[in-house]
Design a protein around this ligand. Structure first.
Ligand code: NAP
Length: 251
């Protein structure tokens, strides 16, 4: 069966790196993006250069109609979706006294509700109960879910905690329908999401000191872990959280 991997937030960071490596592991890849048209085209070109099929699909993971259309367009372009990586996510640095409802709604719309709707669409297509052939899904959560995040990240951490709880429950709902469902918790990784803050030498030093391995991670290290969880090598693993975080962090 052709392996078709849909990656949300696939035009940058962890999602883009996973797409590039997936191209060498027998996957056709659908790269979802929201604003990064040029970057999405570059990722498509990189995947195709490795001999794999690819398509870029513009869709906002905070909009249900976009999510449904993205699944339909992926299936039309590449065939039935067998694998899904939910990597789209946003982070907001904000202490509790600065919260407002709109900010919290936008954070949860992408990081939680959008991710859950993607899982609904994937399950409808993958589940043997609905005539599908099974599949595997990985949600990109965060180590922030474990300790509540670093200062200023509590709202973001709450969204990732929701992802982990959803992962545990959803995995059991679909475990006997051929779908494996896990979450991956990166620690601090150098990507577009963090590079602004990591440019500050004091911030970087503090982060490195808080991680047992004394360094931040690279996208490649997270992409490899995601692809392992998606692969048949992880065939008896579902409903679990894999930490890819250099040993975690202390606050
Ligand atoms: N980097 C880290 O240290 C770290 C640590 C733990 C967890 N994570 C998680 O890893 C995942 C990937 O992040 P990253 O580090 O690779 O950073 P990134 O390069 O900023 O990737 C996030 C991607 O998600 C996309 N995105 C955001 N909102 C979207 C929406 N509503 N619809 C569609 N796409 C959307 C962004 O595109 P636009 O810019 O166009 O919106 C961007 O391409 C996120 O879920 C993040 O929370 C990252």
């Amino acid at each position: 069966m052709t392996k078709v991997l849909l990656i949300t937030g696939g035009a940058s960071g962890i999602g883009a790196e996973t797409a590039r490596i997936a191209a060498t592991r027998g996957y056709s890849v659908a790269i979802n993006y929201r604003t990064r048209d040029a970057e999405a085209k570059k990722v498509v070109a990189a995947v195709e250069a490795k001999g794999a099929k690819a398509v870029a699909i513009k869709a906002d993971m905070a909009v249900e109609a976009d999510i449904v259309r993205m699944f339909e367009e992926t299936t039309k372009a590449l065939g039935p979706i067998t694998h899904l990586l939910n990597s789209a996510g946003i982070s907001r640095q904000m202490r509790v006294d600065s919260y407002d409802a709109a900010m919290l709604a936008s954070l949860f719309a992408t990081n939680v509700t959008g991710l859950m709707l993607c899982c609904r669409e994937a399950a409808k297509r993958m589940s043997t109960k609905h005539g599908g052939k099974g599949g595997a899904i990985v949600n990109v959560s965060s180590m922030a879910a474990t300790l509540g995040g670093r200062t200023g990240s509590s709202a973001y951490a709450a969204t990732k905690g929701a992802v982990d709880s959803f992962t545990r429950g959803f995995a059991r709902e679909v475990a006997d329908e051929g779908i494996r469902f896990n979450s991956l918790r990166p620690g601090m990784v150098l990507t577009e999401m963090t590079e602004g803050r990591l440019k500050d030498p004091d911030f970087k030093k503090g982060i490195e000191a808080s991680i047992p391995m004394r360094r931040v991670g690279a996208s490649r290290e997270i992409a490899d872990a995601a692809l392992w969880l998606l692969s048949d090598e992880a065939s008896f693993i579902t409903g679990t959280m894999l930490d890819a975080a250099g040993g975690g962090y202390r606050i």
